[in-house]
Every structure is written in C-alpha cells, then in structure tokens.
Design a protein around this ligand. Structure first.
Ligand code: B12
Ligand code: SF4
Length: 531
C-alpha cells in the first residue's frame, strides 16, 4: 500500500535576535519582557490536519534532526511532503530534497506552506529546488493532497489537532487551534497570507463543524481556549452569528467554559457590539494596528481606541500587531506612532519590520522601484525582524532599534503581558458580575477563575517590575482584586511566593551561558482510516 511521510524542516532552528524563531510567545508576542516572557510550543498544524484527511497511511515527523529524517526517508515512502512554513527555511528544504533524491529517488516530493513563495524568485538555487519537487501546493492543502493521492476532494474534514502549549513559572497552559478559513478578501498591499490565497477566502469548516469540534475540545478539556484560524473571522457576520447561535443553543456547555479567539480588523469588528461577542465566548482577538497613520481599508470604521477600550472592558484580550518601516515613517513621526500603540495597551503584541513578501503588491512595488537589497539577498534573512529593502529615510539599523524600542516601551509602560492579561480578566469580571442574564453571569465566573489563576503573578511583577509606573498599576490591581474577591487564600499567597522564588532562579540563570531551546522531536502514525 502507498504511504506518505509528512515532515517539518529539520532541527536545529535558528535564533532571531537571540530567541528561538519557533517560540511564538518568547520571540514575538511577549518579546523584550525579561523573565515574564513565557516559552511556548506550537504544533505543525497543517501536517496533522492533512494526515488525518487522506486515505493513505502516513507518518508525521515534527522537528527531526537531519539524521532522523534520513533514516525515515530510507524506509521508502511513495510521497515525502514537507511543511515549508516560511521561506526562511529555504536552505533546509533544499538540503532535504537533495537528500530524498539520494536516499529514495522514487519518492514523489510535495511542498506546501507559505514558504513556497520563494520558488518564484531567482536569488539562490531556487530553480534547482523547483526542479527536484513533483508537487507544490500554493493554497489549501487538504484538498490539494487528496488530489495528489487520488482521494475524493470534498469528503468531510476532520480537525483533531494536538494542542499548543505555553510554559510559565513551572505552569503549563494548553490551547487548541481550529481552522475555519484561509485567505482574506481585504487585499492589504503588504499581506502575505491573503496574497497566497489570491485575495479569496477559502472556507474549510461550516459554523456547525467548527462548533462541534470546539465543543469536543472543551468537553475533553483539551485546552483552556480555542484559537480559530481565519484571517479575518468577523468578515462574514452571518457566519459568526450562526456560530454564535449554535453556541447559545447548546445546553451541554456552559459559557464558563467557552473561550475562543480569532483574527479581526477594525472594519469588521466595528459591525459588532463587544457584549454580543462576549455572550458567545470571545475572549481574545488579534487586531492589525499597523500604524496610527495607516489608511488601509481594514482600519476604517470605529475609532481604533474605541475598539480597544470597549473590547478590553468586555474581558477580551487583544494581540495588537504593529509595523515599523512604512514609507511614511521618519524619525520625526515614528515616536508618536509608537506611543499611540503603547497607549492602546494591547495585551500581547507583535512588532515587526515591514517585510515585503513575494506575491504581494508591496513586493511588486519594491521590485519595480529597485528597492530590494537584491545583491546580498538570502532567504535565511527573510523574517519579521529583517530589513530586506531600502526605506526612504530610515536605515536598517534604525528599524531594528525602533522595533526593539517599541517592544520595550510596551513593557515599561504597561508591564508584562501576563499582568495585562490579569487586568483584562478583572475588567471583564467587573463588567459582567452584575449581568442580568444567566449566560453573562457565567461569563463573569470565567473571568473570576482566570483572576484567581493569575493572581500569584502580581507579587513577582511588583518585585521585578520595569519601573514605578508598573509597580503602581500592580498595587491598584491588587487592591481591586481584594475588593472584588476578598483577601487571597493561603494557597494563593503560597503560590505567589513560589512564583517569586522561581523568578529569582530565572533571573540568576540569566548569568549562565544560554542555549537556544529547540522544540522536541515527535513521530506520529496515521493509518489513513480516519479519512
Ligand atoms: C503559527 C505560525 C507560526 C508558528 C508555528 C509554525 C509552524 N510550526 O508551522 C511559529 C511561532 C513557530 C512560527 C514561526 C515563524 N513564522 Co510563522 N506563522 C504562523 C501563522 C500565524 C499561522 C500558520 C498556521 O499554522 N496556520 C494554520 C494552518 C492550518 O494553515 P496554513 O499554515 O496556511 O496551512 C494550510 C496551507 O498553507 C497548506 N499547507 C501548509 N503546509 C503544508 C504542507 C504540505 C505538504 C501541503 C501539501 C500543504 C501545506 O495546507 C494547510 C491547510 O490548508 C502564519 C500566519 C498566518 N496567519 O497564517 C505565520 C507565517 C507562516 N510565519 C511566517 C514567518 C516569517 C515565521 C518566522 C520566520 C518568524 C519570524 N519572526 O519572522 C518563523 C519561522 C519558523 C516557522 N516554523 O514558521 C510567515 C511566512 C512568510 C514566508 N513566506 O516566509 C507567515 C505567513 C506570517 C506572515 N504574515 O508573514 N510561525
Ligand atoms: S485584513 Fe488582515 S488578513 Fe486581510 S488582507 Fe488585510 S492584513 Fe491581510
């Protein structure tokens, strides 16, 4: 019987700015937050997703070494399918394909993931790579792989995905991921993911399928919350409202346990009342702030400050992404832009340089105006902190410095993200504790549970706070906590001391030479019967 090997690229993974590029929280969402940046593991979602939706038996390798990969390939697979997650991995993918051709020349090579966009360019040996592979997926991968192996394209899609994990002060929090759709119609000129799907939204799950899988995750206690993939989940209000209706009418699950998040934009969120979304379990959103001066269509609608304020008040955490290096940025206006982001007080943030990506309108513009630093261009420098094109007035070093400055300002003014998370839950609790509906009362209980869970971090933040301002915020939050929930229990106080001791050890460990942590190797079997 034919069989498939699915794999990520091989270890070790590079560090960007001293932090592993595979760590979503430490390297991005809570960067520059000293000991308060949690570590995280993120599964290679597409591989698990595709493996369970084809009829052929398969093996999924996550983060093998090159040697482990070689041993597996030598077993003789009909297809070797590589998750080319980012073009940064170009050299690794090239090496893996050369190795497949040596060890198992009969195997068909399949590439998929956003990284494949590099194949259309001509900087390194892209032609050699393109010449070695049999199938390249530029788009949705489940149906693509079904077509490659000859399965019916439109069978139902399963989504039993391993949870992601966040590690902090010896604690572990799991969260689940679900796929609703890929691509986006808004067509922002810099956006890699919408360009990849040709500015169309490719729907993968109906509201019912999405809710049934989320409900399964909740009842199995697989994770504390569910992240929904859809580049702008709120773009189709009828879809969101149907999904909400299913949640509301389901008596098996209390709102106390429903906690989900997704990407949104100012324009699409302006069509919803935060309370309406809180009532169906929304607890986090990712909003592209991009810049105060941006006139992107997705930024039109309510004032972004109002959006931030009203959602944070409703207990919804916000990941705010922000870009340094727009053409209109200069050393005079950039500080104003940065302070504007700091004032919005996103719970987590992604601050990056403007990264033109092949396939986007921005890439085309940069190429046409000869602004790509093409002579020394290498895909290994292609990431969210690089500067691969010239800016009208800022140098590459300016941009690197400004990215770091923004991350530090967010930390100095607002404190660690985990503290901001506590604040948002407290705000949510205060808003809903006196609610008149039973559902929103349950929502208040969800916030209370998180406040109690996060309370022990306060002492450590107070001791290691980046300044007086944050210390004052912690004092205020502690008083509010006591006013709402009474004096913390003996257990909570003990846990606070444990966190503090842990933090001291972490601080001391900073004096030791640091190794870049590598994600663990995993080998998973799928028998094809699931499809
Ligand atoms: C989660 C995530 C991560 C995670 C996990 C990555 C992983 N293990 O795969 C972490 C934090 C580790 C990460 C790191 C990085 N990431 Co990242 N990441 C994402 C993010 C947000 C979601 C990807 C995802 O899982 N989506 C859900 C799955 C189900 O959808 P999907 O990936 O699109 O997969 C579908 C298809 O693409 C296709 N497909 C995908 N793989 C395969 C493989 C095969 C064989 C086939 C047939 C099909 C197929 O089928 C799937 C189902 O339809 C995307 C942005 C986004 N909004 O999508 C950026 C994104 C992929 N990351 C990006 C970058 C640049 C990075 C970093 C370099 C970080 C940095 N600081 O610069 C590093 C590199 C390491 C890495 N592994 O990617 C870029 C890649 C752009 C490019 N062309 O290079 C993206 C697009 C962000 C962006 N807008 O620029 N990332
Ligand atoms: S709204 Fe977001 S996902 Fe959609 S095109 Fe713009 S940046 Fe991309």
């Amino acid at each position: 019987m034919r069989k498939v090997l699915f794999t990520t690229v091989y270890r070790p993974f590079p560090a960007l700015d001293g932090v592993s590029c595979m760590d979503l929280y430490a390297s991005r969402l809570s960067k520059e937050q000293d000991i308060f940046a949690p570590a995280s593991y993120y599964p290679a979602l597409p591989l698990f997703l595709i493996a369970q939706n084809i009829s052929l038996p398969s093996v999924v390798l996550e983060h093998p070494t090159l040697e482990q990969f070689r041993e597996e390939v030598a077993k003789g697979y009909d297809y070797v399918a590589i998750h080319f997650a980012a073009s940064l991995f170009y050299e690794k993918v090239l090496m893996m394909c050369r190795l497949i051709r040596q060890v198992s020349p009969e195997s068909k090579i399949v590439l998929g993931g956003y990284g494949v966009v590099c194949l259309s360019e001509n900087f390194e040996q892209e032609k050699e790579l393109a010449g070695m592979v049999d199938h390249v997926c530029y788009g949705e991968g489940i149906r693509f792989m079904r077509e490659v192996v000859g399965d019916p394209l439109d069978s139902p899609i399963k989504q039993e995905l391993p949870p992601a994990a966040i590690y902090f002060m010896g604690q572990k929090v799991y969260f689940c991921n679900l796929l609703s759709a890929l691509g986006c119609r808004a067509g922002c000129e810099f956006c890699a993911t919408s360009a990849f799907f040709k500015y169309k939204k490719v729907r993968v799950a109906s509201p019912e399928e999405l809710w049934l899988q989320m409900k399964k995750n909740i009842l199995a206690k697989k994770g504390e919350f569910n992240w929904i993939y859809d580049e702008d989940f709120f773009q189709d209000p009828e879809y969101v409202r149907e999904f909400g209706r299913l949640i509301k009418e389901d008596n098996d699950v209390s709102l106390r346990d429903v906690s989900w998040g997704g990407y949104g934009s100012v324009r699409t969120l302006s069509r919803f009342d935060p309370e309406e979304l809180a009532d169906i379990g929304l607890t986090s959103i990712w909003i592209g702030v991009e810049s105060k001066f941006s006139d992107l269509p997705k930024r039109q609608g309510k004032d972004i400050k109002e959006i931030f304020h009203s959602f944070l008040d409703a207990g919804v955490q916000i990941v705010g992404s922000f870009i340094i290096g727009w053409d209109f940025h200069n050393l005079n206006n950039i500080k104003e832009d940065i302070e504007y982001l700091v004032e919005l007080n996103p719970t987590f943030s992604q601050v990056s340089s403007l990264m033109p990506c092949p396939g986007t309108k921005l890439w085309q513009k940069v190429m046409e105006t000869n602004r790509l630093n093409a002579r020394q261009f290498k895909w290994k420098n292609f990431h969210l902190y690089s500067h691969i094109h010239t800016h009208p007035s800022l140098t590459g070093d300016d941009i690197t410095h400004l990215v770091r400055h923004t991350q530090r300002r967010l930390y100095q003014e607002n404190g660690p993200s985990l503290f901001r998370m506590f604040e948002v839950h407290l705000r949510g609790y205060k808003k809903f504790k006196g609610a008149t509906t039973a559902r929103l009362k349950e929502r208040a209980e969800l916030h209370k549970r998180w406040c109690l869970k996060a309370y022990p971090i306060l002492l450590t933040v107070k001791v290691f706070a980046p300044g007086k301002k944050v210390r004052a915020k912690v004092r205020k939050a502690t008083e509010e906590f006591v006013a709402e929930f009474g004096k913390p229990s003996f257990f909570l106080r003990l846990q606070s001391l444990f966190f503090l001791a842990y933090a001291v050890c972490l601080k001391l460990s900073r004096f030791l030479p640091r190794r870049i942590p590598q994600p663990k190797f995993g080998r998973y079997l799928y028998n094809g019967a699931q499809a």
